[in-house]
Design a protein around this ligand. Structure first.
Ligand code: ADP
Length: 601
């Protein structure tokens, strides 16, 4: 059966997040279905006992059994419910972890790809608003399980009733009544399934529209200070309202379809119930079962029709949900296509890693312009290289290529005579410490941030914080390295300024103790005094590492052995500060003089 093939595939993936959940749910559902039948059955017994005047004691006994039975039902029900909730929590956690793991394992170019970002947003948004996707599937499976078990119980009682009717002998009248009964129930079920089908079709349309909507405006930054200053909330409010209006229109369309069928379906069901009631009463009169049986069988027949009707509805819902499940499954199918080498990066004690860019050209995926053109550069161990140039000249892109976040479009990057693609990627990344321009600290204790790990070496972390100029601030930290940063998860968290955060990011880079240290605009958020202090000690801080500084503040790069000047994606000059200044027609000279008015040498 090709139908529901997507659901079945998604269910296999989803159930594996916690294999205990669905069996527990099954157990709970069976139990929850038993409970109402117990009461129905006991009511029938009590009514029959009353009707047949079986004596007070007998009736008291039945009432007592009913009470004890209900107490047990409550206790066992509560225990099962607790267990199912626990398993569900585990399921949810594992599902979220798997989703995050997938995101974290994506090649960087995939992570930045706008289509893949939108894909991810679709999954979280649809899950968040209508629970469409795996959560919808889980709930639907629960409902369907409930209905199927309820139908199974009802069928058992149906067989019981037919056998009682058979016991009084199949006369024409009893056969005719049975046919009439089945026909009326079938009509009721058919009307409900038609209703579900029509409504399902309408929701399918809504579902298609919802796939591409940005209903929550998640793309907008709601916390931004700019919003307050420029009163952008009015602009955002307008966008939200427009989105909401579109959304409401599609919902109304589906709801109208729903309303159209509600009255006829209701009438059909009530009529069917009336017919069933009359027929069952007649069977009672014919002596098929005692008067209590009327209560029992009328009750279960109502359950049977309800359950079959609901089952159709949930199956329809499942179909609507399939397109959302497909989006979910597709996300996990995104393949990393970056070549993964296997060459081991030698753990050299001399940290001898020579890197060379050979005729490297690079274009971002989907971009028409080259961000880097014909880059040739050699970097020797222990050197200090400064990369300077105006905004957009390609400095950060150069670093992204060096760290293999992207591969060159043409040309190659060599390390110790091998193309960097040949190295084991994890080992290759281990040789770099980078403070990116848009680095992020975690809302976790300071120690975790410096060590980028679950535990840390206190002496080393404190020494590095001191070295990067965080010393005075560190003394004020109430719980030292245990102090949580930011208040996202902890009331006692400490908010750090941009400059302080940058120092912590620097300490993190040094803590990694990688042979290469790369600082992209490392001091942009520092005040001039802190910046001067750090630069004065940079040689000492960086030690024997190979260092690359990116900056558009030329004064901070003068101490480097080599300065590469980037302009419009090309390296236009390479040399020391003194050499470059000699060329009065060069870009460096132009930039230097443009900045000299702000920075005295
Ligand atoms: P710099 O670091 O010198 O300011 P970048 O390396 O960030 O410059 O950018 C170089 C060029 O590449 C710019 O034209 C920029 O618009 C473009 N660019 C940067 N990142 C991306 C990206 N993810 N996708 C497409 N183009 C990009």
């Amino acid at each position: 059966m090709r139908k529901y093939s997507i659901t079945r595939k998604a269910l296999r993936v989803y159930a594996a997040y916690n294999p205990k959940y669905f069996p527990m749910l099954f157990l709970q559902t069976v139990f929850n279905n038993l409970a109402p039948y117990f009461n129905l059955w006991m009511s029938a017994e009590i009514v029959t006992a009353l009707y047949e005047s079986k004596g007070k004691e007998n009736i008291y006994r039945l009432v007592l059994i009913t009470l004890i039975g209900n107490l047990l039902i409550r206790v066992i029900g509560a225990a099962l419910s607790r267990s199912v909730n626990t398993q569900l929590e585990i399921l949810n956690n594992n599902e979220a972890a798997a989703f995050n793991r997938k995101t974290l394992s994506l090649d960087y170019d995939k992570l930045e790809n706008p289509d893949i970002r939108q894909h991810r947003r679709n999954i979280t948004e649809n899950g968040y608003i209508n629970y469409y996707g795996v959560v919808h599937m889980r709930m639907n499976v629960g409902y369907i399980l409930q209905e199927v078990i309820s139908i199974a119980f009802a069928l058992v009682l149906f067989v019981e009733m037919v056998s009682l009717i058979a016991a009084i002998g199949f006369r024409l009248i009893s056969i005719l009544l049975l046919v009439l009964l089945v026909a009326s129930v079938t009509m009721s079920i058919l009307s409900q399934s038609l209703h579900s089908k029509k409504v399902g079709e309408a929701w399918n349309e809504v579902g298609k529209l919802m796939l591409d909507e940005n209903r929550l405006g998640r793309g907008y930054d709601l916390n931004g200070m700019d919003n307050r200053i420029y009163r952008q909330q009015f602009l955002m409010d307008k966008l939200f309202r427009e989105n909401a209006k579109r959304h409401l229109e599609t919902f109304t369309y589906a709801n109208n379809k729903d309303v159209k069928y509600i009255i006829p379906v209701w009438l059909f069901r009530r009529l069917s119930e009336l017919v069933s009631y009359l027929i069952i009463c007649l069977y009672c009169v014919l002596g098929a079962f005692p008067v209590g049986g009327v209560i029992k069988y009328v009750g279960y027949l109502a359950n049977l029709t309800n359950s079959i009707g609901s089952l159709f509805y949930y199956l329809q819902e499942m179909e609507v949900n399939e397109k959302f499940l497909q989006v979910y499954l597709d996300y996990f199918e995104i393949k990393n296509d970056m070549y993964q080498g296997s060459l081991a990066v030698e753990k050299r004690s001399d940290k001898k890693f020579d890197v060379e860019f050979r005729n490297v050209n690079f274009r971002y995926p989907g971009a028409e312009q080259y961000a880097l053109k014909n880059i040739n550069l050699n970097l020797k161990v222990g050197e200090r290289l400064a990369v300077v140039g105006m905004n957009g000249s390609g400095k950060t892109t150069f670093i992204k290529l060096l760290c293999r976040l992207y591969d060159p479009t043409e040309g190659e990057i060599m390390m110790n005579d091998f193309n960097i693609r040949k190295y084991d990627y994890r080992q290759y990344l281990d040789i770099f410490s980078v403070v990116f321009q848009d680095y992020h600290l975690l809302a976790m204790p300071l120690g975790n941030n410096v060590a980028a790990a679950a535990s840390w070496d206190t002496e080393k972390a404190e020494r590095l914080l001191e070295e990067v100029g965080f010393g005075e601030r560190y003394v004020e930290m109430p719980k030292k390295l245990e102090t949580p940063l930011y208040k996202n998860f902890d009331e006692d968290g400490v908010n750090v300024s941009g400059g302080e955060a940058q120092k912590i990011a620097l300490a993190r880079a040094l803590y990694k103790d990688a042979p290469f240290i790369i600082l992209d605009e490392p001091t942009a958020a520092l005040d001039p005094i802190a910046e001067a202090e750090i630069y004065a000690r940079f040689d000492e801080i960086v030690g024997d590492k190979t260092a690359i500084y990116i900056s558009h503040r030329l004064s901070s790069c003068r101490f480097c052995d080599k300065i590469a000047v980037f302009h419009e994606g090309e390296i236009v000059q390479v040399g020391t500060h003194e050499e470059l200044l000699q060329d009065e027609c060069g870009k460096y000279y132009e930039l230097w003089n443009a900045q000299a008015q702000y920075y005295t040498t």
